[in-house]
Ligand binder design. Sequence first.
Ligand code: ZN
Length: 295
Amino acid sequence: MDFDTKKLFRAAERGRYAIGQFNASTADQIRAIMRVAIELRTPVIIGTSEGECKFIGARQAVKLCEAYEEAGISVILNADHTYKDVKEIKNLDTIRALLDAGYNSIHFDGSVLSFEENVKWTKQVVAMCKEKDPGISVEGELGFLPGVSQISKEKVEIKPEYLTDPAQALAFVEATGIDRLAVSVGNSHGISFQEDRLDIERIAAIKKAIGGRAVLVLHGGSGIPSDQIQAAITQGVRKININTELRVAFHDALTATLIGSGETTPYKFLPPAMDAVASVVEGKIKLFGSGGAAL
Ligand SMILES: [Zn+2]
């Protein structure tokens, strides 16, 4: 996966669309996502959280994504929320291993750290990635995002102090040299009891502050109403992460297929689950507007 991801995001900026990050932890899910990406001719980002990466295998995830290069589709493989537990950051061995495995994108989430500590560690991650290959894309995060990637029956509270401050966002981008900035703008991880309400004005203010210095990223895209996603893209969001909706689609279709069927052949019971994932991905890519943008 030897290409400059900057080029993909520059094209997204020109075309005013967002590139989707779809998380996966099995080969079936990656195949379902890629089937849609090829059909709609769009660049795509496959995301693996630490748990997802551990399950599928870093080298295996890289090889699965590389297999799609011959289809002429640019696949960014992003290590999502590396160091979920920041207490584990003693050195950056995990990131080094991911780079060695062939990941071409790293998201380092230091958002629970103080601003200074977040800058310090993010800067080191950027230096390590760029030394490996200047084409590797690095995402940093500023502002806190509550919730986990599942359906939550409880109300997820987004406190005002969680939200990303536009002036601080610019300072963070300039101090760290990141390619992409994930922000807290009313979004949360997972699908919560109440719908997220994006702070569109804040998105516009952050975009105005950081300009073309970094790509604006929206995490927790699952469960956000389409009109708000569209407004966020209009104001400059160029990467949107989707995980929970894919997990739910896969789980529900698989459950419905297996219960009472007695089917034991994986290539017979997996396709409906893959179709369900593909259908969610198709809806998102159409909403994000990246179809036909393959490079
Ligand atoms: Zn996230």
